[in-house]
Design a protein around this ligand. Structure first.
Ligand code: UDP
Ligand code: MG
Length: 317
């Protein structure tokens, strides 16, 4: 099969029939063999009924129904697991992404050799409260991930080689960082295509709140840490711990030195607790030990983690 279109959706009943019609038209015009996988993420409106009706009349339509709302990432994860197409395309259900982009995305994966092509909504039809923070977010994500050529990490419209979606785990709210997940898994031919974007016609946005930026940054931090030190936590904690310990040791030497000098001179030595170096020594040594303990615990955990030997093997003979 050429293409699997994966559509995560949460309460988008009105948009589904026009979206289905549009995808079907584009696929027909280009003669692709395809499937559309609608993943209803615990929708409470008529979305699932609509999906059932669509799949009753069109064998290309498949559906997955979550019992409750888990989020966009879990919806994508399950869609990816079910996908069988050579190229997997994800798009939002709200008609903001245009299925007309599919043929070119498909071509870029098949002919230009990209692992992943992300849409870039150069001209966005979203409120300013969304677009401005997004710029900041993307700049940070570019820096941390080292994927310098992406302007729009979180675009819902993306195309993947099947290998990619079968080898990444989109969990929590990590759908914002799929290109980074892909890169960490070794898929580094990541491209971008400017795509048309439209204002939302039906329903309302599910990602309006401000806390998503805070959470987004924390997720980015976790990903960076996991990728850099996840398999060797002692390298970071041990380094910091040693650093603290050395500073502490130097401070102890200063405290001891002051005492020694006073004794040699035969004057009464000041109390160690009256020297600021005493407190520096105390804090640094305690912190250093704590960091070491954190490192050892991290090592113990990562030694026992179920996925510790899940390496990405591309080919084997
Ligand atoms: N979505 C989902 N589960 C959720 C929230 C959103 O599957 O918990 C879907 C939603 O139905 C849409 C897509 O994710 O198809 C993108 O959401 P939305 O359009 O609200 O985000 P925006 O375009 O405003 O960033
Ligand atoms: Mg949208």
């Amino acid at each position: 099969m050429d293409i699997s279109v994966v559509v995560p959706l949460y309460n988008e009943a009105e948009s589904l029939p026009p979206l289905h019609e549009w995808i079907t038209r584009v696929m027909g015009e280009h003669g692709f063999s395809y499937e559309i996988i609608f993943v209803s993420d615990g929708s409470t409106d008529a979305s699932w009924d609509v999906i059932e009706q669509l799949s009753a009349t069109d064998t290309h339509v498949r559906g997955i129904k979550f019992r409750r709302n888990y989020g966009k990432s879990p919806a994508l994860f399950c869609g990816f697991r079910a996908a069988t197409g050579d190229v997997v395309i994800t798009m939002d259900a709200d008609l903001q992404d245009s299925p007309d982009e599919i043929p070119e995305l498909y071509r870029m994966i098949r002919e230009d050799g990209y692992d992943l092509v992300s849409g870039y909504k150069q001209k966005r039809y979203d409120p300013l409260s969304k677009t401005i923070p997004t710029k900041l977010f993307n700049a940070t994500a570019r820096r941390v991930s080292g994927i310098k050529n992406l302007h729009d990490f979180n675009c819902g419209l993306k195309a993947y080689r099947q290998d990619v979606v079968k080898n990444i785990e989109v969990y929590g709210e990590m759908h914002r960082y799929i290109p980074y997940l892909a890169k960490n898994a070794g898929f580094d031919k990541i491209g971008e295509k400017v795509v048309h974007h439209q204002a939302r016609k039906y329903g309302k946005t599910k990602f309006g709140g401000l806390n998503r930026f805070f959470n987004g940054y924390l997720d980015l931090l976790s990903l960076w840490f996991l990728n850099s030190f996840g398999l060797k936590p002692m390298h970071v904690f041990g380094f910091l711990g040693t650093l603290m310990f050395i500073i502490g040791l130097l401070a102890v030497m200063v405290v001891g030195g002051i005492k020694l000098v006073a004794i040699c001179k035969g004057v009464s030595a000041p109390l160690v607790a009256s020297s600021p170096y005493f407190y520096i020594a105390l804090t640094m040594m305690i912190l250093g030990t704590q960091l070491f303990v954190a490192g050892f615990l991290g090592e113990l955990i990562s030694r026992n983690a179920a996925g510790r030997n899940d390496y990405q093997i591309e080919k084997q003979l």
